[in-house]
Structures are given as C-alpha cells and as structure tokens.
Design a protein around this ligand. Structure first.
Ligand code: FMN
Length: 184
C-alpha cells in the first residue's frame, strides 16, 4: 500500500478545503493506504514568508513530501488561482520534489466560473515540479461542503459522486507509478 501526503493550502482555521481533504483521507486510509495530513497553515509563518528552507518544520514537511508515493494537494481558489499560502510552501520544496509521485489536485471555490483554475494555474506548477502522473483533479463548490453536529463531513451528492471517481482514479494510479529518484 502507498503513503499519501494530503496537503491543505488554505489559511482558514475553519477551512472547507481541509474538511474535504480529511474526508478523502479517511477513504484512502480505509483502502489501506498510509495517509499523512499536512495543513500548511500550521507551518511557521515566518519560515514560509521568509523563505527559510532550513527551518526544522519546513525540512520535516519536505521530508514528508519526499517519503510520499502520492500527494493530494487541496487549495481554495483565491483571485482565480490557488492560494498564496500553498505557493509559499511549494516554493520551499526542491524544484523536482514531485518526481515519481502521483498527484491529485483539488480546489474549492465559491463560483464555477473558476473551475479551470486547477488546470491553468495549479497543474503547470505541479508539472514543473516533476510529478510523474497528475490525475484528473476536481473543483468543489464551497456550499457543497458541510459538517454534521459531530463534525462528520457531508458532501452534496452533486460533488460526492465525481469526487469518489477522482479519488478512485488516484488510488488506482498510485499502484502503477514506479518510484523514480528526484532530478537535481
Ligand atoms: C480572499 C478570497 C478570495 C477568493 N477568491 C475566489 C475566486 O476568485 N473564485 C472563487 O471561486 N472563490 C473565491 N473565494 C472563495 C473561496 O475559494 C471558497 O470559499 C473556498 O471554499 C474557501 O476555502 P477554505 O474554507 O478552505 O479557505 C475567495 C475567498 C477568499 C477569502
């Protein structure tokens, strides 16, 4: 079974993106994968903003990326692109940090006018970082992500079905990508 790092790039303390990811993490874990959640907002702000590559928490996060076979990358759409927080994290990783990895890009947003942000903004960055296989991503409307009183995530059926499908494609691709050493 694979090791999956599940990265949320939302700065929000009550993030729908993070909620969505934790829901998908549970699905992947139920399939036997080791899933490690990483909320970029919990990393030290001064290290992210000051490009402190050597900060122990940044080094540790980069090691988690290096260890992972697959990476789920979730971001809110901000100003028709991915979040600045996510970019500040990706900028601290080695250029080819995603070499040999299977990547599932996900976005949440307030309007379907920006569904393509995943493809025109995030995907080229992931590709430039050497991702072996970027599977089909998905954009989820923020109003489709809710939580029960006990915190259980409830997805609108209009989003739940296609999400199941992209997660299944990601899980299937995880088994097919051979490990490759990162380029230097
Ligand atoms: C500063 C800011 C900019 C936003 N810009 C967009 C946008 O351009 N397009 C869009 O669809 N939603 C936009 N939204 C809505 C968020 O993408 C959406 O509510 C998202 O689900 C928030 O995710 P989060 O709760 O994980 O932070 C914006 C929200 C904020 C706070």
């Amino acid at each position: 079974m694979a090791t999956v790092l599940s990265v949320s790039g939302s700065p929000s303390a009550t993030s729908r993106t993070a909620r969505l990811l934790r829901h998908l993490d549970a699905d992947l874990a139920a399939q036997g994968h080791e899933v490690i959640p990483l909320d970029v907002r919990t990393l030290p702000a001064e290290a992210l903003l000051g490009a402190d590559f050597a900060h122990p928490e940044i080094v540790r996060a980069a090691e988690l990326v290096a260890r992972a076979d697959g990476v789920v990358i979730g971001t809110p759409v901000y100003k028709a692109a991915y979040s600045g927080l996510l970019k500040s994290f990706l900028d601290l990783l080695p250029q080819y940090a995603l070499t040999g990895k299977t990547v599932l890009p996900l976005a949440t947003g307030g309007t379907t006018a920006h569904v393509l942000a995943l493809d025109y903004a995030l995907r080229p960055v992931l590709s430039s970082m050497g991702a072996a296989h970027i599977v089909q991503g998905w954009f989820v409307l923020d109003r489709h992500i809710a939580a029960d009183d006990d915190g259980t995530v409830v997805l609108d059926p209009a989003s739940a079905a296609p999400l199941d499908q992209v997660v299944a494609q990601f899980a299937a691709a995880l088994g097919r990508t051979a490990p490759v050493p990162a380029a230097r």
